[in-house]
Design a protein around this ligand. Sequence first.
Ligand code: BG6
Length: 504
Amino acid sequence: MLDYKKLPPTVLFIFGGSGDLNFRKLNPALFNLFLDNAMPDHFSIVGIGRSKYSDAEYKKHLKDGIDQFSRVKDTNGNWKEFSKHICYLEMDATDSKEYEKLTKIAKEKEAEAGLQPNVVFYMAVAPQLVPEIIKNVSVLESCNDKKCTRIVVEKPFGHDLKSAVEMNRTLCEYFDEDQIYRIDHYLGKETVQNILALRFANALFEPLWNRNYIDHVQITASETVGVEGRGGYYETSGAMRDMIQNHILQLVCMIGMEPPVSFNSNEIRNKKVDVLNAIRRIPKDEVQDYAARGQYGAGWMQGEKVPGYKEEDGTDPNSNTETFAAVKFYIDNWRWEGVPFYVRTGKRLHEKSTELTIQFKPAPDFAFPKEATETWRPNRLSIGISPEMDICLTFQAKRPGQSMILNPVNMIFNYKDAYEGEEPEAYETLLYDVMDGDSTLFMRADQVEAAWEIVMPILEVWAARKPMNFPNYSPDSWGPEDAEALIARDGHNWISQPAKHKEK
Ligand code: BG6
């Protein structure tokens, strides 16, 4: 059983309650929290949507989502108990007159609990609907007490810097920053949170964690799936907006940040925003030296024929949207000056894996006979975020035998071996933190804007210069040649997860 504390009574209004995010992620996460005895004693979940459902139909629909996507299935009939806390409200979120229904529900729940509940408004809707909903909920009686009201906003948080600034302005006009929880689900992953423990709870790594010892850092977030029926959304997004502006830059922050003086949520976020502020702004005329893009064509994926991006539902047949992006970042501060952070992400790549690699500078090999050093490799620390959840330190060892022959070996820590039971999924952690009022794992307005500022030059240059070679990579590959060239120019190559396990 995980160590959760008891939370105060809570009413969760989920705008987009009939949508995919609630079906696949939010409702299964809440159900798992319930199974772990982590939900408040008094809680209600109100799904809000335009689709027609009776309460019974809605619960049946959500139960299908549990059967398909829940970490723990409903083997002991717990769904029945949990679903007593769920109801559905058919409502047009653009009609301000409808909102009084929410106050009425909150009041009923308060009477049932005998205590004022915390009220959470979760925006699981298209971004263009958010400002209107925010404005409408802000005047509700339930929002009078700022300490008890929270707003959760999903990504995409803006389409570019300008729209993100505008969105922050709207949110902050009606709510205080500490009432706003901007989700980046990567921050809820156990393995991502563990980076802070690895770095700051061990004396071993921190002294080496700088430009004197680290040669470069790599981050790969590869996916085997295509756009999974989300062509309409992806067409307006692309890999840079979908993954790099948020998830990947957050990983860069975790690796790059200075030690916090406490685990206070603003202290952690201050240290992260320092990294974002120090990341070099790429001059527009140098974008081609720092970034590469790609789009997948049709081909074969693990024995199955798959369409190219331009043939996917909802995409433009002449699309210039990138489904792959690689970037070289520099953090221009004392710790990281001159250390490249190579990042790449893409759809329809050879495998599903998110992995960070810290490559240390090579040790001098002059003391060893020449033949001993044929397989000489720099030390490497690899952090598997998912699906592999492990940390692997690669170092040189002497092969058993009379001569001094060396080869790299791995020391691996794996969550599965070290801990019993399954770790919570990202959304479980994040939803629990929202109910608990802890915003450490959420994005502050300044973080979001700094992250947009970093990617804007690339996005602008890419929008202005149409790619001439799309599609430029095949399904089941590691992306376009341009990404190989980006890193090869510096004398390096991309490291992929299986290599780690093969190097035994
Ligand atoms: C989402 C993106 O934020 O992250 C998706 O919109 C992507 O396109 C997903 O597939 C990847 O998340 P994970 O947790 O599977 O690495």
